[in-house]
Design a protein around this ligand. Structure first.
Ligand SMILES: [Zn+2]
Length: 235
């Protein structure tokens, strides 16, 4: 990515989404001197099938795991918005809250996920929270963060100046147009994913799956490894 794009804000729904969707890209961009801030809408309080687990305990655990994973990748800050897992809606409240964060953090680049992806292939339904966060984030980038009179209270009452995001990287898109080479960073991505201990039952299987999914080669074993995005350059 271009050198003058220094600050990156990753806006996703759950702990572990950043590492799964863009962990290699984040590691690469940190190495290139970019500053990364994570914004997560929820604390992932539904992601357990342990009957003894409570949503409160799970939220605490997953927040800790997310902070540890972010530290592995060199992410500067992790912000939790406090929405409830599994109930995210792309409504005006969510759009305004993301708009506020964009105006506070003032990123050059935003990474989010594709709200138009309803399912992948024939074996995977996209999580509704992923669609919701992608939808609200794109709407916040354009036009709400940019326009002074959009959510006027942010400017009038909170003193937040409008902000123009330069580029958006959309993960989980069925129409990617950009590949980021993560060959040198795939082991770091896997190491970060391993911090999500409550979510990973088979760490070795996970590492293999990530290598296979990221690989461009037929046998899934050789580099180059990539993460794919739909990239939008806003003029
Ligand atoms: Zn998720």
């Amino acid at each position: 990515m271009e050198d003058e794009l220094k600050k990156v804000m990753v806006v996703l729904a759950h702990p572990d989404d950043p590492e799964f969707f863009c962990g290699g890209t984040v590691a690469r961009w940190v190495a290139e001197g970019k500053e990364i801030v994570y914004v997560l809408a929820t604390r992932g309080d539904k992601g357990s099938d342990d009957p003894a687990m409570t949503p409160e305990r799970l939220a605490e655990l997953r927040e800790m795991e997310q902070r540890a994973a972010a530290a592995v990748l060199g992410v500067r800050e992790v912000i939790f918005m406090g929405y409830r897992d599994g109930e995210l809606m792309p409504d005006l409240r969510l759009r305004r809250d993301i708009t506020r964060l964009i105006r506070q953090v003032r990123p050059d680049v935003v990474i989010t996920c594709d709200p138009t992806t309803r399912y992948f292939g024939s074996g995977y339904i996209n999580h509704p929270d992923h669609r919701a966060i992608g939808d609200a984030t794109l709407d916040a980038v354009f036009p709400s963060a940019r326009d002074r009179l959009a959510f006027i209270e942010l400017w009038r009452d909170e003193g937040l100046e409008p902000h123009k995001v330069r580029q958006v990287y959309i993960s989980g898109s069925l129409e990617p147009n950009e590949k980021v080479d993560i060959t040198d960073y795939i082991e770091k991505k896997i190491a970060a994913l391993r911090e999500h201990k409550s979510q990973i039952k088979d760490p070795e299987g996970l590492a293999e799956r990530i290598r296979e999914r990221s690989s461009q080669s037929e046998d899934g074993a050789k580099p180059p490894y990539v993460e794919e995005f739909r990239r939008i350059v806003l003029s």
